[in-house]
Design a protein around this ligand. Structure first.
Ligand code: TXE
Length: 498
């Protein structure tokens, strides 16, 4: 059903918003109501080529890479202030298009502003190093330079936030960018691009091509792009790798996850139970660091699972704009179908569904893609519900006897993005944290992402890091400049060790 208030979402190329020349736009249905809320232009190779051309010219000839870090920092800081100014509008856009609760969308926007502020500070400190150990007549400079034009492909689960994990860091380094938001959630990206222009980011520095995988594919293939930073599924990440080989692009890939919450008997169990319930239901479970696998020491398992089940029953499934909602609508009908089929599959394999397990269809919720927060006890490690990224509010419970078994279970999936360990014994916490194969380990806490901590995955969860100093440096190249002073020695003399 189309409503009269459906927004138009356009490409932003060389400083101007525009439609595609001929492709049919994409209707975006709000997942909570099934009404069309956005009409999104469907870009492809022609739009990407033009946006890349403008970004290339802005990089090769424009002012942005030539500004001082201070000048770039001031502009990025101004974007953060504009995000604060428009926070309510940005949060409403993301809540409507993702189906997530408005309180969480507000948290995303505050986090996005924080990322622009943090990146503004990095613009000031971009630096290389100097070697005085190359010999008396040599000084070795390692220069850090912006990598060039970057392609930023963003998913739907944290539209403004994940864009802000990439774009301000690239800009801080002096890069220019072509952005592609998800076709499901492009409106906040359109607003952010406007704010960047208002803050003074020069024309051509940021281009945006909206549309589906065809636009993403064209970015991954484009010879004029030097690096692609992609967040999305592991399957699409593999396509990005294959498409990127023409000009040997640098890639930074943040792919799927399937985190475990490892709870030992000596944990603060009240705290741990609240953390487990939050960790799997946060953002409707549609979160790459979501924690859908509870691994619990068998001596406390029955009582602990009962407490987790009790707290899960208290969660309120509801409309995204209702401030009392804990769990909103899933992203689209196909995804709801995928999530419920994992629940059915686990039950068929002997898992005990002790909370939820079904779609929620009370009253107006019947129009949207709502599923009850679910707990499935006694799920084996071979089950698809244990192995795959379900991406919904679905917790599986598996018991362990000792630390070795806990670590083996936690690491026994293809992903390695994040895990949590709960214990009051510092030996256990550190031993387990070191043995877990994931880019992030939370100890006695759950999902959080301070901008200064690097974030990324082991194994099939990806390559490269976002945020932190390491995330900033992804957008740079190093150049070694070895400077000789004084007269050069004989022509073919090679210094020892060179
Ligand atoms: O992701 P895609 P989908 C996982 C999660 C989810 C599953 C599928 O398990 O259920 O992936 O989601 C663009 N070349 N995550 O299909 O396809 C696409 O337009 C280049 C985890 O929505 O990976 C969008 O902008 N780009 C994840 C972006 O890729 C392409 C977040 C992500 O979409 C492309 C999202 C192509 N060939 C899903 N095809 C996380 N790590 O948080 C599509 N795209």
């Amino acid at each position: 059903m189309t409503t009269t208030r459906a927004r138009s979402v356009q490409h932003f190329i060389d400083g101007a918003f525009e439609d595609s020349a001929d492709a049919q736009p994409i209707d975006r249905l709000a997942p909570a109501t099934d009404e069309v809320v956005s009409i999104v232009q469907a870009g492809g190779a022609p739009e990407v080529a033009r946006a890349v051309g403008a970004a290339r010219a802005a990089f090769d000839e424009g002012p942005w890479p030539r500004m001082t870090g201070m000048e770039r920092s001031i502009i990025l800081g101004r974007v953060a202030e504009l995000i604060d100014r428009d926070a309510a509008e940005l949060a409403a856009l993301d809540a409507e298009e993702t189906g997530k609760p408005i309180r969480l969308a507000e948290g995303d926007i505050a986090g996005a502003a924080g990322l622009w502020r943090y990146a503004a500070s990095l613009a000031l400190t971009m630096s290389g190093s100097t070697y005085t150990s190359n010999g008396p007549d040599f000084t070795g400079l390692v220069l850090r330079e912006p990598i060039g034009v970057v392609g930023l492909i963003v998913p739907w689960n944290f539209p403004a936030l994940i864009l802000s994990q990439k774009l301000p860091f690239a800009l801080a380094a002096g890069c220019t960018a072509v952005v592609k938001p998800s076709e499901l959630t492009s409106s906040s990206a359109q607003h952010l691009v406007r704010l960047a222009a208002e803050a003074g980011v020069p024309r051509g520095v940021i281009g945006m091509v909206v549309g589906d995988g065809r636009a993403g594919q064209a970015i991954a293939e484009a010879d004029g792009i030097d690096l692609v930073s992609f967040t999305g599924s592991t399957a699409t990440g593999r396509r990005v790798i294959a498409a990127s080989t023409g000009n040997i692009k640098k890639l930074s890939l943040e792919l799927g996850g399937n985190a475990a919450n490892v709870v030992f008997a000596d944990a603060d169990l009240e705290d741990a139970a609240a953390g487990v319930v939050f960790g799997v239901n946060f953002n409707n479970g549609e979160c790459c660091v979501s924690q859908p696998r509870l691994l619990v020491e068998d001596s406390i398992a029955d009582d602990f699972v009962a407490e987790v089940a009790r707290q899960t029953r208290m969660l309120r499934v509801g409309q995204p704009m209702d401030r009392t909602t804990d769990v909103g609508a899933l992203i689209h009908a196909g995804h709801l179908q995928k999530v419920t089929s994992y629940i059915g599959g686990a039950a068929d394999e002997g898992g005990e569904v002790i909370v939820g397990g079904t779609r929620v269809t009370d009253g107006l919720l019947a129009r949207g893609q709502f599923v009850a927060p679910t707990v499935i006890d006694r799920v084996g490690p071979e089950s698809a519900a244990f192995q795959d990224e379900i991406f919904g509010p679905v917790l599986t419970v598996t018991r362990f006897h000792d630390q070795d078994e806990a670590v083996r279970l936690a690491n026994g999936v293809q992903y390695g993005l994040a895990n949590s360990v709960w214990s009051k014994n510092v030996d256990t916490v550190l031993q387990v944290a070191k043995r877990l194969k994931s880019g992030t380990v939370y100890a006695n806490t759950t999902i959080d992402a301070p901008p200064q901590m690097p974030f990324g995955g082991y194994k099939a969860s990806g390559v490269g890091r976002e945020m932190g100093q390491a995330g900033f440096e992804e957008f740079t190249e190093l150049k070694s400049v070895n400077i000789r002073t004084g007269k050069r020695a004989a022509s073919f003399a090679i210094r020892a060790g060179a």
